[in-house]
Design a protein around this ligand. Structure first.
Ligand code: HEM
Length: 247
């Protein structure tokens, strides 16, 4: 039987957070287009950033793809193409654990840098701190899911959490499935939805405007004044990404 708290936690809260996510991005884009940025602090410090940022970003990209597979693709589809439960879990846990580990190490470096490098700390807002806290909770709970669901216990989230998650987007939610899930899975899901509600009001909006070249080029392209001297007449306006950088 579905109780009122189950309905609130696993139906009302997710839809409310998704609504804030959608409307919040629209609002931010309309009213703060020029604040739509990573607020990069590469200018202040780059040694730690050079390690922390790729570890975190490549890690979280792999975690994201893992979630698309694990939450988005029904179990019967993978079984239909001959992927057994054992093979699926072996691959998911192996790749997921490495990706999760890289993400945690990268995030630890980024948080350490933010706290210990004076100018970076000074440029950290209250919202940044709250966002980092929620992000860290989501990621650590996610990793504890992998440990609790596969190593300690044997909860098959693809028959519970994943069905509930897809149901939300099909407007056919099954709160009872989340009510039966282990505590770390419940906490991870709830914290993730809180993060989605926070998303449009933080620097995380850069996820939707990061050009692909972002993974290889510096976060900010600095131009030296000398570059302009003797270089002939300078064209007005923006350069295409990478254009002047290649010279
Ligand atoms: C409501 C949305 C989400 C749901 C339902 C969800 C569900 C899950 C589940 C079931 C696992 C266990 C996977 C396994 O053992 O193979 C997991 C792991 C994990 N989750 Fe989530 N997740 C959500 C959002 C997020 C977000 C937004 C982040 C990060 C910002 C995140 C980070 C992680 C991490 C780091 C792991 C560890 C395993 C890995 O590396 O893939 N999750 N999540």
């Amino acid at each position: 039987m579905t109780t009122t708290p189950d309905l609130v936690l696993w139906v009302v809260v997710p839809y409310a957070c998704l609504a804030v996510f959608a409307v919040g991005h629209f609002w931010r884009y309309r009213y703060d287009k020029f604040g739509w940025t990573t607020l990069s602090s590469q200018l202040y410090e780059s040694r730690l950033l050079r390690w922390g940022s790729p570890l975190f970003h490549f890690g979280i990209l792999a975690v994201f793809l893992g979630h698309v597979m694990g939450l988005g693709i029904p179990k019967r589809w993978t079984e239909a193409i001959g992927v057994s439960q054992a093979l699926y879990h072996f691959t998911a846990v192996g790749i997921g654990a490495v990706a999760g580990f890289c993400t945690v190490v990268g995030m630890a470096i980024l948080i350490y840098r933010r706290r210990t490098v004076g100018p970076v700390f000074s440029a950290t807002t209250r919202m940044d701190k709250f966002m980092y806290l929620v992000l860290a909770v989501v990621i650590l709970l996610g990793l504890s899911n992998t440990v609790a669901g596969n190593i300690i216990g044997h909860y098959d989230y693809r028959e519970g959490v994943s069905v509930w998650f897809r149901g939300i987007f099909r407007f056919d939610p099954h709160p009872e499935l989340m009510a039966q899930a282990p505590l770390t899975f419940q906490a991870h899901g709830l914290a993730a939805f809180l993060l989605f509600a926070l998303w449009p009001f933080t620097r995380l909006v850069h996820v939707f405007s990061a050009p692909v070249g972002y993974l290889w080029r510096p976060y900010i392209v600095y131009r030296s004044r000398e570059d302009r001297l003797g270089g002939g007449a300078r064209r007005r306006g923006w350069d295409r990404v990478g254009e002047r950088y290649r010279r």
